[in-house]
Design a protein around this ligand. Structure first.
Ligand code: KDG
Ligand code: MG
Length: 402
């Protein structure tokens, strides 16, 4: 089999998605997600100008060699743009191989290690009571694990909390919006939220929280300690993860489990975090971390150190990524949990898929390959629209982490 052509589709059914389609001389094609929220066209250009020309004529079954060719062969390595572009190619190649061998991708990864993929839902509200109501709604839908984010008194907006009644979606069309942040107000508020949540829901439900990179290690240590009585499944991204050593300080002070990695792209970004056992869950995704070929190696390395996966799964990862993540989560041994933010009806219509949710678990389906398609005619009705993630400043105007 030979790759004959490859093309990139960028569509915006409510938000932007970048999709790579690789076609072969046997009529089989594969799809890969290359979406990088707010920087979509950098990946599109990387794919069109630099990767696609190198793919034509290659045997799509030689996945490892193609991966190494694109990663090592560039000389310039790593980073979100490069790794998302390679991730899209890699996903599409696994899709082709599954279709060619007439088997779902999870079988190519070693087969099922479990019956279903435990997922966590999002719940948010303008204040604690609204957040508690939102958690209750997710439990009613059948979720066994829920991430809770609440608006903070004195702050006009905060990460993870929807504006109005719309589902939470941080990327906005136009130039980046700006929000104001106070760590002091945040640290006072979050323990109250989880005290209330445990009173309401008891111990049987898994509760999670995303700090979204906003604390220093010692602040995160304090939060972790104060949350200990409420037995969270994890706190996520307590600090920006470029400084892997920062997690050592947090770890010395608290037994609250720690998760990070959604903004990391290679094993080199996380190797100390994992080897030193400073985290419990690694959140890198197939799309931003070079696809199955690289993420499988990260998961296998993590398994040696009792670190499990907890892959990112926000709505800015397309349904192709979601489907792929479910194959991955079903197959690998050290799976922990998978994030699930349902896509909008418009997005689901553009990307018809086999995956499903039932009673807290998701299932990738048994279609060959990834089990996700793209309706190109419908996609063409939603052209790309520039959008940005917000900017965050401290109350005195200092630019801060969002
Ligand atoms: O594009 C950025 C989002 O994917 C990110 O803010 C979502 O932190 C996130 C999460 O945990 O889903
Ligand atoms: Mg996050």
């Amino acid at each position: 089999m030979k790759i004959t052509t490859a093309s990139v589709n960028v569509c915006s059914p409510g938000r932007n998605f970048t999709t790579l389609k690789i076609e072969t001389d046997e009529g089989i094609y594969g799809l890969g997600d290359g979406t990088l929220n707010g920087r979509e066209l950098a990946v599109v250009s990387y794919l069109r100008e630099h990767l696609i020309p190198c793919l034509i004529g290659r045997d799509p079954f030689q996945i490892e060699d193609i991966w190494q060719y694109l990663y090592r062969g560039a000389y310039w390595r790593r980073g979100p743009v490069t790794m998302s572009a390679i991730g899209a190619v890699d996903m599409a190649l696994w899709d082709i191989k599954g279709k060619a061998l007439n088997t779902p991708a999870y079988n190519l990864l070693g087969g099922k290690s479990r019956n279903g993929v435990l997922v966590y839902a999002h719940a948010n509200g303008a204040d604690i009571e609204q957040t508690i109501d939102a958690v209750a709604r997710q439990i009613d839908l059948g979720y066994l694990a829920v991430r809770a984010q609440s608006g903070i008194p004195g702050l006009a907006s905060t990460y993870g909390v929807a504006k109005g009644n719309k589902p939470y979606e941080p990327a906005e069309r136009g130039l980046p919006s700006e929000s104001l942040w106070s760590t002091e107000k945040y640290l006072r508020h979050v323990p109250e939220l989880f005290e209330r949540a445990r009173q309401q829901f008891g111990e049987d439900i898994h509760l999670l929280h995303d700090c979204h990179h906003r604390l220093t290690p010692i602040e995160a240590a304090r939060l972790g300690k104060e949350l200990e009585p409420y037995h969270l499944f994890w706190i996520e991204d307590p600090v920006p993860a470029e400084l892997q050593e920062g997690f050592r300080v947090i770890r010395q002070h608290t037994t609250t489990p720690l998760a990070t990695g959604e903004a990391l792209n290679t094993i080199w970004d996380a190797q100390e975090l994992i080897r030193e056992q400073w985290i419990d869950y690694i959140r890198m995704t197939l799309v931003h971390a070079g696809g199955f070929t690289h993420l499988k190696k990260i998961a296998d390395f993590a398994a040696l150190f009792h670190v499990r996966t907890g892959c990112h799964g926000a709505t800015d990862l397309s349904p192709i990524s979601m489907g792929a993540a479910l194959h991955f989560g079903l197959a690998i041994h050290n799976f922990g949990i998978q994030e699930h933010m349902p896509h909008s009806a418009e997005t689901d219509a553009v990307f018809p898929h086999q995956y499903s949710f039932d009673a807290g678990y998701m299932y990738p389906g048994d279609a060959p390959g990834l089990g996700v398609e793209i309706d190109e005619t419908l996609a063409a009705k939603y052209p790309y629209q520039r959008a940005y993630l917000p900017i965050n400043r401290k109350m005195d105007g200092t630019l801060f982490d969002w």
